[in-house]
Ligand binder design. Structure first.
Ligand code: C2E
Ligand code: CA
Ligand code: CA
Ligand code: CA
Length: 282
């Protein structure tokens, strides 16, 4: 009976560890992602509604790994990369790759478009971030005016971090880099940071856009955000636009830009070249 008890105990332990082992394998694969060159960037067009032109491109990370069975969504690996501190080198790779790509497109004679790069709040805790961005802009010779950083409202919560971020964002803006607030409206943060912080663009979160044509509350929130952006002299982008009805609503309420599957999903760089040479993608 004693022996069986022991076996049961071991069996139980193995079961319990399965999740931990999976996590360990995942972390080990993630740690090697840069040396194995498994990352790539896709780009999603941001359309200016009046001119119907591509005004910007959002760079979005893709990770292909055979051990883990193919493509892993950034929603799955970025939070873990943040916990592990890996988001810092990964984020640098993203900035460098996007700026290099942008410069290449300019040299090919394609029309200049802004490139938006997601920067995790964790990266802003790193005092070297600003120097790194400067270094990358100098090295790649990509114009600072064409770079936009997308940050989330979580950046503006907490006293100390807020003070440091203010200086970094201010300096970025003085260099000509644009600052966008991603997933706008989903954070807990009060709106007063919009008055105090250097911000150029608000990105209305997809969760508000989804039902704008059927849900009065979502419609009201969206039109209020657009009106606020106008009066604060901020650019405005609606995220996750999938239907023509949503586009019509946004156009009617004078939303400046939109991004979503209706125009294009995120695509590899090669496909962007076709889109940019073709001009409009309507
Ligand atoms: P996000 O920054 O809010 O990016 C927008 C996400 O919405 C992307 O998912 C995009 O593919 C998706 N999307 C675009 N249009 C539509 C649409 O019409 N309908 C729907 N349902 N979805 C749409 P993705 O590429 O899977 O990225 C997920 C998140 O991962 C991003 O959300 C961002 O938070 C994070 N992420 C991606 N790349 C990076 C990166 O380089 N650095 C950091 N720190 N985070 C990144
Ligand atoms: Ca984003
Ligand atoms: Ca977003
Ligand atoms: Ca509602």
């Amino acid at each position: 009976a004693k022996l069986q008890g022991k076996n049961n105990y071991q069996f139980f332990k193995i079961e319990m560890n399965e999740a931990a082992v999976k996590r360990l394998v995942f972390e080990n694969q993630l740690r090697k992602v840069l040396e194995r060159e498994e990352l790539c960037l896709y780009y999603q067009p941001q359309i200016e509604l009046i001119s119907k032109r591509v005004a910007g491109l959002e760079a979005l990370l893709r990770w292909e790994n055979t051990t883990l069975g193919g493509m892993i969504s950034p929603d799955r690996f970025i939070p873990i990369a943040e916990e592990m501190g890996l988001i810092v080198p990964i984020g640098e790779w993203v900035l460098q790759t996007a700026c290099k790509q942008g410069k290449e497109w300019l040299e090919q004679g394609l029309p200049p478009v802004r490139i938006a790069v997601n920067i995790s709040s964790r990266q802003f805790q790193q005092p070297g971030l600003l120097a790194k961005i400067k270094e990358i802009l100098e090295y790649t010779r990509f114009p600072a005016e064409l770079l936009e950083v997308e940050v989330t409202e979580s950046l503006f919560i907490g006293d100390d971090s807020v003070r440091n971020c203010y200086k970094m964002l201010k300096e970025l803006q003085e260099m000509g880099v644009k600052i966008a607030i991603d997933d706008f409206g989903t954070g807990y943060s009060a709106l007063n940071y919009l008055k105090r912080f250097p911000v150029n663009t608000l990105k209305i979160d997809r969760s508000f856009i989804k039902d704008i044509c059927v849900d009065k509350d979502d419609a009201a929130i969206t039109t209020a955000i657009i009106a606020m952006a106008h009066s604060l002299n901020l650019s405005i982008i609606a995220e996750g636009v999938e239907e023509v009805e949503q586009l019509a609503f946004l156009h009617f309420h004078k939303c400046e830009m939109a991004q979503g599957y209706l125009f294009s999903p995120p695509v590899p760089a090669k496909q962007i070249e076709k889109i940019l040479t073709g001009g409009s993608i309507f």
